[in-house]
Every structure is written in C-alpha cells, then in structure tokens.
Ligand binder design. Structure first.
Ligand SMILES: [Zn+2]
Length: 547
C-alpha cells in the first residue's frame, strides 16, 4: 500500500503541468549576489508566484521562460537580496514622513535651510515646519547647526522646529510663542533654554532624551490621512534605497495608538517593506500589566510575511532604559517581564549602550535561561557598540544576536572604536546591520554599509577598529540574511536562493567593485518585494506596479 502511494505521488509530481514551472518574471544578464553559503554570483534568476524558482546562467534561465514571462535585462547590473535594517524606527518615521522636512544626507547647511524655504513656500502660513532628526552638523560642510535667525529667514510665516538627535532643538520665535515657552519653567523636565557664553538665549533648547521627547510631543500631530500617506511614502523611500524589510523597535513618541496608520497600509495591501515590530514598555512601573494587556490576543510571531509581531523591545522598562546602574528592584521588575516573554516564546530585543554595564543584563538573562530557556527565541541586544569578546561570548551561549547600527557615523570622536562585527562573526554571534533611523541616524543603508567598510564618519574622521574590516560580502550578509535571522526568517528571505521570497534590488552601481567611498551613493533602480516591482527608476521606470 505504502509503495503504491509513493508511486502515485511520483506520478502526480511528474504530471504537474509545465505552465506551473514557467516563471512569471526572469532577470537575465546580471551579476546576482546571491548571499548563499558560498557567496555565489549568478547571471540570472527566475521568479514565479513571488518566490525564486531558479538561479543560473542567462542561457538556462532564458530557456525556462514562456511566452508570457516578463523578461528584465539587467545589462550587467548588480542584484542583491533586498536589504533588511534590523533596527529602524520605521513606523514612527512613516507617521511624519509626508509632513516633516528631511535633512537625511544633505551635505550643507545652506541646502538644508533651502529645504525649509521650499516647504515654507507651499505651506499654509502658521503651520509648523519640522525637521525631526536623522542629521548631524558633522554632515554639513559648514560644520555647525542652524541659528534661530536662519530658520526665521527661511520660513518667515511659519513656526519652525529643528531637532538634532535627542539633545538639541532650535525653534523660531513664533514657535516658542505657539508652545507658550518663555522660560525654563515652561519646558518639560530635562530640557532647558540654551544660553551662549554671554548668558543670552540662543533660540535653542538643550536637554536629555525624555526632555526632548516630551518637547516633541507638544507639536501638533499629522492627521490620520497624512500619517497613512507618510507611511506609504516612507516605505517607497526605503525601496528606493534597496530596502525590503525592517525590524522596528518601537520607540519614543510612539504609543500603541500610533500604529493605526501602519495597520491601514497593511490592511489595504500596500506594504512595500516587510515589518517585524516590537512593543515598548510605555508607563514607568506598570510595563508588565501593559505588555499583558496589549498582547492578550497577540501571540508571538503573529501576523504574516508583510507585518509580524515580535515581542518586547527595545525599551522594555523605563527603569532599565539607558541605566548603567539599575537597582535590584529595577532588575526584578525587568526579570518578571523577560520571564513572561520567554514563557510565551516571544523574541525580546533590548537597547543597551555600554559594555561596561551590560553584565547587569546578561546576568539576568543567564539566570532566566536556567529557569525558562531563551536559547531558541532569538533575543538580541541593540547598539552595544563597544561589545567585548566576553560579552559576545555570553550572548552566543544564550543564543542571542546583536543588531549593529551606524550611530557613530555622526560622531566627532576619533577615539571611538567601530563595533567589532568580525569578532562577533568569528564567535558565531548572529549580526544584523541597520541604522537606528530616523531621529538618531540616516536610514540610508548604503551610508551604513560604507561606514562598516571604511569606518569613516560624516566628517571624514576614520574611527578605530579592534578587528578585521568586514569584506563587502560580509557587510552585505549582515544587512540581508543576518538581519533576517532576528525574525526567524533566514530560510525565507535574506538571500537569493530557490524557494525564497523574491525580495531583491537592482543597483545603480556595482557594489562589489566600486571604490569604497562611492558605496554611500548607491541607489536601487529596481526593487522587488515578493516578485512585485515596488520601485523602479530610469530604464526600468515603466515596470513599477505600485504607483
Ligand atoms: Zn535604541
């Protein structure tokens, strides 16, 4: 009986009609960096039903095409798996992308002010003009921040708010008036009016992270329609840069109420970036109750290939957030949440900056792992730029990964060391690349890739290295299959292999051979998510399906 079933199954396999194996799209004559185990480079690739059907030579792939197959001639261009930023605050960035002024990658302050001028020219008088971050004065030729007078000259009829990092905000006088700020007493706790050496107000506000976060919250929010539009446009902007996936770590100014725009884009089948999202602790002291209530009907990994819930992070509790000296009570509270998450099979990602204090966190996870194993849950630490081999070894033993961002790209401090990504690789710690955009950093993955390779900051300062420079293949691996690991997706995406999702980008320049200082200027000319063209430019313009 068994034999006959096998025989019938075999017959059935043979009887599958030829059309089901005919690709709907083929890409030929290219240089396809597959990011498979051997970093194979192939000429051509076939796609069917959103997945990769075959990779091989142009001759073979061309032969498999049928009369209805769409044939895309790459004309020698490089193709990479769609990039995945393992730590990008994309949900928040999308909410304001349609309404904020974008200074990402702008090379001069003059040009940056020009962007404010342009926005002011079309904005209704009195509406806010906001720059929400993603820039640093080190990227400007002028090496300085804008003055209040410059903001007012650029937008004489609009209040202006310009935020740098979570540390500094400049506003026009009309902005101060609208927010009723005339003294330190009017500012959120942790923020104060900036004074120059002579004790005069500069028109700027300095502060710590909670202070600046609370200040931002005083600005009017975009309407829901603007948020939905901004989300779609932000995803398209990421597609322009070859991104097809992000791990979203929640973040400041992003309470659960702010996810509705994303959910609408998902419901409308308009997602062009795959999003795996984490959930932050919101209210100091009652995070556990919040997590429980917010996830009662939201199990780990719930969602689909376009939108999926991951677990707690990157701020799990306020008390342990940026705290190098947590108390026993802080740790007990955190432990309770971590245990709760582990028991539910959730992934947890944790923001931690300093290796000197990470023992607090690792000791806690080690204790938890003895009680409720987390080894297979793909927990991770984000940032930790100065991770020591010892910390990485402890992470490896816990089955943890490390998400690495290019925050130091904006640094001025040449004594800083690049994150030891090759040490991590050698120790077997999964590394996912990314940016931490868009308040802290630019979201441009090619800026981040170039920085991983040459270690140079926006101001051109070369940072120190503790270990070998990654090869271009290594860096690409971190940004693709490396990042896919964090959402248990490395068998589904992150490389261009048979059976995987057809997420890819055709690049404007040859990633493997251009001079390193040109990597930052690479863009995609054709981006596909699940075989669908979500962005196309130049010669491929007419192929875009989402416009
Ligand atoms: Zn963080």
């Amino acid at each position: 009986m068994k034999t006959s079933i096998v025989a019938i199954l075999a017959l059935f396999t043979l009887a599958v009609p030829a059309w089901s194996q005919t690709p709907d799209t083929v890409l030929i004559n290219g240089k396809i960096l597959t990011v498979d185990d051997r970093d194979s480079v192939r000429e051509a690739l076939a796609i069917q039903g959103g997945k990769i059907l075959a990779v091989g030579t142009t001759a073979d792939i061309r032969k498999s095409a049928g009369p209805r197959t769409r044939v895309i001639d790459l004309q020698g261009r490089t193709v990479i798996p769609g990039l995945i930023d393992s730590h990008l605050h994309a949900i928040r960035a999308g909410l304001t992308f349609g309404t904020e002024v974008n200074w990402v990658g702008v090379p001069s302050l003059a040009e940056a002010l020009d962007r404010i001028r342009q926005q002011a020219a079309s904005a209704k008088p009195g509406t806010w003009i906001v720059v929400g971050g993603g820039w640093s004065m080190n990227q400007f030729r002028e090496r300085r921040r804008p003055t209040q007078a410059e903001l007012e000259a650029a937008a004489p009829n609009n209040p202006v708010y310009v935020q740098m990092n979570y540390a500094w905000v400049a506003m026009s006088r009309s902005g101060f008036k609208l927010l009723n700020i005339s003294s330190d007493a009017d500012l959120p706790q942790g923020a104060r009016l900036e004074k120059d050496a002579g004790g005069n107000l500069t028109g700027a506000i300095t502060g710590n992270q909670p202070g600046i976060v609370a200040l931002f919250d005083k600005l009017p929010r975009p309407t829901f329609e603007q948020q939905v539009d901004g989300t779609r446009r932000f995803f398209r902007e990421l597609n322009r840069l070859g991104l097809t996936g992000v791990g979203d770590p929640g973040g400041n100014n992003l309470p659960p109420s702010e996810y509705q725009a994303l959910f609408k884009v998902w419901r409308d089948h308009q997602m062009t970036v795959r999003v795996t999202y984490s959930l932050n602790g919101q209210t100091a002291g009652s995070e556990i109750e919040e997590f429980q209530s917010l996830t009662r009907l939201l199990p780990a990994a719930f969602g689909d290939d376009m939108l999926r819930f991951s677990g707690p992070g990157e701020r799990v509790t306020w008390a342990m957030n940026n705290n190098d000296n947590p108390s026993d009570a802080d740790k007990a509270n955190y432990y309770q949440i971590a245990k709760w998450a582990a028991e539910r099979g959730m992934s947890l990602t944790m923001h931690w900056n300093n290796n000197a204090s990470v023992d607090h966190l690792l000791t806690l996870f080690e204790r938890l792992n003895r009680e409720v194993p987390i080894r297979n849950l793909r927990w991770s630490i984000a940032h930790l730029n100065d991770a020591s081999p010892q910390s990485l070894q402890r992470m490896k033993a816990l089955g943890m990964g490390w998400t690495v961002q290019d925050m130091l790209y904006f640094s001025e401090d040449a004594s800083r060391t690049l994150p030891p990504v090759m040490t991590a690789k050698k120790l077997g710690v999964p590394v996912g690349a990314g940016t931490d955009a868009h308040r802290i950093a630019s979201y441009n993955p090619f800026t981040s890739l170039q920085w991983l390779l040459d270690g140079k900051t926006a101001a051109g300062v070369a940072l120190r290295r503790v270990d070998d420079t990654p090869t271009r293949n290594d860096a690409l691996r971190f940004y693709t299959i490396g990042s896919a690991w964090f959402s248990h997706d490395e068998d589904k995406r992150g490389s261009l292999e048979v059976g995987k999702l057809a997420d890819l980008a055709v690049l404007s320049k040859e990633y493997l051979s251009v001079p390193t200082d040109q990597i930052g200027s690479i863009e995609s000319v054709l981006t596909m998510v699940g075989g669908k063209v979500v962005y196309a430019a130049g010669a491929y313009r007419q192929l875009e399906e989402t416009r």
